[in-house]
Write a protein that binds this ligand. Structure first.
Ligand code: CO
Length: 159
């Protein structure tokens, strides 16, 4: 188990656009394993590679039994809108309300470079996936949030 350091708000890398992954090799696979270890260690819902200092288009999301690993993800279609409270492992002290779609259709590559499509209608997963997709564009939830306030002390984990 290897934990990666989570980059915090104020660090430049969180504001940069991630580049596509080109090599689906052992170094990608060990990065993914480290990202899963890090996400679970901090009890988060999702993590994007720039949050661990890697400027590549990689996101992971896990909620209950659902687990997603998306390389070079692209949003194909979205619809609906619902407000949810969001947090972020890179912004541990804040939370805020963000409106996100309730339906998503994505295409992405798996860790071996094979393409797949994904349709999601669970509102927690659509929120988490949109939040992580934003990280790949250098966008943080605070950019979109209303009602931003300090998180309760016992909840300093998040996405
Ligand atoms: Co985040």
């Amino acid at each position: 188990m290897a934990l990666r350091q989570i980059r915090q708000i104020g660090e430049d890398i969180l504001r940069k656009k991630a580049k596509p992954v080109r090599a689906f090799d052992n170094s990608l696979h060990s990065l993914l394993e480290d990202m899963w270890d890090t996400l679970r260690a901090f009890d988060g819902l999702g993590l994007a590679a720039p949050q661990v200092g890697i400027l590549r288009q990689i996101i992971i999301v896990e909620f209950e039994e659902e687990k997603y690993e998306l390389i070079n993800p692209k949003l194909i279609e979205s619809s609906g809108a619902e407000e949810k409270i969001e947090a972020c492992l890179s912004i541990p002290l804040k939370q805020g309300t963000v409106e996100r779609p309730t339906y998503l259709k994505l295409e992405a590559l798996d860790r071996h470079g094979d393409a797949f499509e994904l349709e999601i209608e669970d509102n927690i997963l659509t929120t988490a996936l949109c939040h992580e997709l934003d990280h790949l564009e250098g966008i943080l939830f605070l950019d979109k949030a209303t009602n931003i306030h300090d998180r309760p002390e016992e909840e300093h984990s998040g996405k």
